[in-house]
Design a protein. Sequence first.
Length: 455
Amino acid sequence: MDRRTFALAGVVSAFTAAGLTTAPRVAAAAANTAYLMTYFTESPQMVGADYGLHLAVSRDGLNWTPLNQNNPVVTPTAGDLGLRDPFVFRKQDGTFVVVATDLRGTDFSKNSQFLHVWDSTNLTGFTGYRRIRMHTLNTHTWAPTVFWDAARGQYGIVYSANNGSDVFMVNYTTDFRTVSGPQVFFSPGFGVLDGDIVVDGATTYLYYKNLSNGNLFGARSTTGAPGSFTTYTGGLRQGNAIEAPLLLKTNEGGWRLWGDSFSPVNNDYYAWSSSNITSGSWSVMNQRDYTPPLNAKHGSMVGITDAEYNAIVARWGTPNWVRLKSSNFPDRFVRHANRVGRVDAYPFDPFQDQLWRMVPGLADSAGVSFESVNFPGNYLRHFDFAIRLDPNDNTSAFRGDATFYRVAGLADAAWSSFRSYNNPTRYLRHFDFLLRIDPISTSTERQDATFRIAS
């Protein structure tokens, strides 16, 4: 089942009950083999801040490839001229809608009564841009999520607002152009923020942030109606602070819950997994197992078909750079800083210091060399076995120092290690978070010398 669709039979009966004579075209759940993510971007000093609609794709729903060079594919042209919290949803006819918060930047004192909206047939283009007014209150309209309410035969748009306290409001719609009047959807007696909703069979799940203690919780309902949800999980948190729960039913039938860090100076995403969402039990995932898109903030995910995946990649293109993620310190990436090669905890600015063009080896095209994206013509090379970033002087010594052979990861064959071209008994590794080339013999050294090529 797609993360936010019912089985076909349930949809047909719902439309019959609603008096609609034509059953909708629903994408077959079994056809979903990949995922798409929407997000906006920020970085610690806001070098990477962009408040347009960003896209990334993934085959496994864990390791993500930004599209369009991690540039926005579309940006709002009305309201605050920027978005946050973009949410993608597959509608009952198989096409998509994107709704997003009307806010550019981090001035959360601004109040907008509107949401940005786009339509998309297959995520290769976005049309029909508009804003829809959700209420007339003097409050924000943040972090929208969408679900299909079969009993009503309508979509519910749920969002964070304040009507005297922080609650979730809901408006219902059939076309994402006109909406019903707002009503309180979830108000458990304490402030809540950032809801995400997934319908699974007869149960509607709502995951949210509890503002009184800062943890994420899950609630559920057998009807999905306003005021019908009961919290059933304990509090979840990773890192110093967390928000923006993102609930995903995987294409294989398991579940993942993502949480966004509260600030761009911290890790961007954390994740949990569960094989049984009804139990309310979640297992913390190792950061080795997932790599969010570069600088991504408060996104949403949706299952897509193989044909959709291929069309999206063909339309928007994949990055012309890579990142190298450390195996034993998976929050750290290879970067240059003051021309020294390091592995540092992400995120950081300038974020471009971690971006590399992995080109044919300067000394042997069967190998690879790493050219800096933000210092073109400069390459990682070893000098007295320490790794630094230097301009290519086109000498044979430099070309040899800057060339490595990519081999199966010494600690994990699914990852990669890099053997020196001109010191073939030595491998690229980190030591005290500094990069160098060394002989490798111990388990720790093999971990130090193993990297994931990420986007």
